[in-house]
Design a protein around this ligand. Structure first.
Ligand SMILES: NC(=O)c1ccc[n+]([C@@H]2O[C@H](COP(=O)([O-])OP(=O)(O)OC[C@H]3O[C@@H](n4cnc5c(N)ncnc54)[C@H](OP(=O)(O)O)[C@@H]3O)[C@@H](O)[C@H]2O)c1
Length: 244
C-alpha cells in the first residue's frame, strides 16, 4: 500500500468541503492533514503534498500563495475568480502542478467535448447557454457556463470576450449573429444544470447536463487530486485526467 497523499482542504466548512470530508473518511489514498476555513489557518498547515480548494476568491488567493511558496500541488474548483487571479494560477504552473476546473463532473467534461464538436460543425447556428443553480449561489453566470462558452468560442475561433452576451433588458436590438448568449436561473436547491441550445433553421439541438448531488464534484476533485499528486510542475485540466 503506497503512503497516503497528505492533503490540505480549504473551504473545509463549506458544502463542498463537507462533501469532500465525507468521501475522504473512506478513502485510503489520502490522509487529511490540514483543514483550512479562513486564510489565517494556513499558518498552522502541516507538511502537504496537495491542496484541494473549494472556497471563495479570497480563499483561492490564500491557497495559491501557500502552495506556490511551499511547493505544494493545487487542485481548485473555486468559481468567481477574476482574470488576474486566473493568470496568477496559470503562472504558478512554472513552479507547481496546478489543475483548475470550473466543474469537476465527468459528465460536464464530456458535455464540453460534445459542445466543441457541435459548435465547430455548425458555426452559423445561434448558441445560447442556460444555467440553473440554488438560490445561495453568488456569482453568475456559473463558472461552468462561462467555461462552456469559452470552449465553444475557441472551437469557432471567436474571441470570447467579443461574442459573449450577458445582459438583455429593454430595447436590446436584434441578436448579433455571432453572439453566445447566457441566461441564469437561481432557485431553491438546484445543484447545477447546464443546457447549450444550438439553433439553426427549423431545427435545434439541446445538450443538457444535470447534477443531482454535490458529491459528483467532490468525487471528481479527489480523482483529479490523486492523479495530480507527484506530477511535475505544469497546468493540467480535467481533460488530461480523462485521457489518462
Ligand atoms: N468546480 C466545481 O466542480 C464546483 C462545484 C461546486 C462548487 N464550486 C465552487 O466552489 C466554491 C465553494 O462552493 P460551496 O458550495 O462549498 O460554497 P460554501 O458552502 O459557501 O463554502 C465556501 C467556504 O469557504 C470558506 N471560506 C471563506 N473565505 C475563506 C478563506 N479565506 N479561506 C478558506 N476558506 C474560506 C467559507 O467560510 P465562511 O462561511 O466562514 O465564510 C465557506 O465555508 C464556490 O466558488 C463554488 O462555486 C465548484
Amino acid at each position: 500500500m503506497p503512503e497516503p497523499i497528505q492533503l490540505g482542504l480549504t473551504g473545509a466548512n463549506g458544502r463542498m468541503g463537507r462533501a469532500l470530508q465525507a468521501l475522504l473518511s473512506d478513502d485510503a489514498r489520502f490522509a487529511l492533514a490540514s483543514k483550512v476555513a479562513h486564510s489565517d489557518d494556513w499558518r498552522a498547515a502541516r507538511e502537504l503534498d496537495i491542496v484541494i480548494d473549494f472556497s471563495t476568491p479570497e480563499g483561492f488567493d490564500a491557497a495559491l500563495g501557500y502552495c506556490e511558496s511551499h511547493g505544494v500541488a493545487l487542485v481548485s474548483g473555486t468559481t468567481g475568480i477574476d482574470a488576474a487571479q486566473r493568470r496568477r494560477f496559470d503562472a504558478a504552473a512554472a513552479k507547481i502542478p496546478v489543475l483548475y476546473a470550473a466543474n469537476f463532473s465527468l459528465g460536464i467534461a464530456v458535455l464540453t467535448r460534445l459542445l466543441r464538436d457541435a459548435a465547430s460543425a455548425l458555426p452559423h447556428w445561434d448558441l445560447e447557454i442556460i444555467e440553473a443553480h440554488h438560490s445561495r449561489k453568488v456569482d453568475a453566470p456559473s463558472g461552468t457556463a462561462l467555461a462552456l462558452g469559452r470552449a465553444a468560442a475557441g472551437a469557432r475561433r471567436q474571441d470570447f470576450d467579443e461574442v459573449a452576451d450577458f445582459a438583455r433588458h429593454g430595447h436590446t436590438g436584434a441578436r448579433p449573429e455571432s453572439a453566445i448568449g447566457f441566461s441564469s436561473i437561481r432557485a431553491g436547491e438546484i445543484v447545477g444544470e447546464h443546457t447549450a441550445f444550438l439553433v439553426g433553421h427549423d431545427e435545434r439541438i439541446e445538450l443538457t447536463h444535470r447534477a443531482y448531488d454535490n458529491t459528483i464534484f467532490a468525487r471528481g476533485a479527489l480523482h483529479a487530486a490523486a492523479w495530480l499528486a507527484g506530477k511535475p510542475a505544469g497546468a493540467y485540466s480535467l481533460d488530461n485526467v480523462l485521457a489518462a
